[in-house]
Design a protein around this ligand. Sequence first.
Ligand SMILES: Cc1ncc(COP(=O)(O)O)c(C=O)c1O
Length: 446
Amino acid sequence: MRNKLALRQPYPVISESEAIWARAQGLIPAGTQTLAKGPQQYVKGVAPKYLQRGQGARVWDVDGNEYLDMNMAIGPLVLGYADRAVDDAIRRQLDDGITFSLMHPLEVDLAEMLREMIPNAESVRFTKTGAEATSAAVRVARAFTRRSKVVCCGYHGWHDWYIGVTDRAAGIPDAVKELTYTFGYNDLESLEDALDDDVACVILEPMTFEFPKDGFLEQVRELTERAGALLIFDEMWTGFRVALGGAQEHFAVTPDLATYSKAIANGMPIAALTGRKDVMRVLEKDVFLFSTFGGEALSLAAAAQTLRELRSRKVPQHLAQIGQSIREGYNHIAGELGIDGWTACVGHPARTLVTFDAKAGDPLLLKSLLQQEMLRHGVLWSGTNTISAAHGVREAAHLLAAYAESLEVVRHAVEAGSVRDLLRGDPVEPVFRRTGNFNVRPRIRA
Ligand SMILES: Cc1ncc(COP(=O)(O)O)c(C=O)c1O
């Protein structure tokens, strides 16, 4: 029996997923290469673990069950799976070659496209992953300012300078940890407390799920200028989603440097560092940023085509429209069920978050039960609505119907005090990546 993208089905059969997972035990530490794709984020024994195939907004797991995907590969698939235009561009490039012994002209083509789209992109460099791009940005800022400290807000990748402020900091020397501090989003005072004359840069996600309040981004811009530190926007999530030029275009605040990845190439691994020409000049000789796959052409071709599609199909506008119908639809359902006092859908429509208040019970258990029930209605969900151009009116309608059915179960369970009992496996674990309360290592001013 295989589930379809339909309402009111049995829980999916996931025996093939479990068999593959068993083979990974003792072989692949942590089991997964991407934390957010790992089984820690799903109800054990109920949710599938491995996906085989995708088309548009739909995916099929290794047991053949079909789902509406609300994660879209944790961000990259902004056009949807197997997008014809992008996949054709990749195939054409594949016929010519994947990677070469000299530079490829697409490096220049793509840099020119980004310069046209992104306000601060006077200069552009490419890396393969988001963490590489943010780390390059930090090194450039340190070289340019000749200062050492980093002040950050948000998640920025697995490298030492950032992970050192989290509780997963094993293997990072104290000397490195001591150079990074944090501040709170929409909390200027916490930023002021963290700034001194050795701060090279302030790096933040310009928006996660909370909107900037009272000119917050403008004031961050002003404070960094006054402190002689560079401002870096980490636009992994906002890039190409809230606007083609990212948050810096949407909120009209221009950072000195910015980093992009995820949606840039509809699934191919590439990231970009953009910035002021005078700052980026340190990359000419002083700062070393080179790697074997830096100019790999399949990803460059995919990125160039993705950017063309994003523009011609007006994808940011589509995400805003569909995303808003999802956000409002969820909150309407919650209101009708009388549970809007403890659950809500929040954030920019391009990517929204479902929240649970602790007054209704352990938010992780509530999220787990909602996830478990969504699986019965053909939806693969783990807390956010990460949508794509392939999520149209029909997909939004199915999603909302699945929410209506599932939230009814959650409401009854809350009222009956039976949330844990209804879970058919261990609940989801906390997300490592915070969605708020970013100030984990503030500096206490002497
Ligand atoms: C805001 C932000 N910055 C940086 C990164 C790191 O990117 P990557 O996982 O491609 O190294 C991520 C990844 O999720 C991210 O969300």
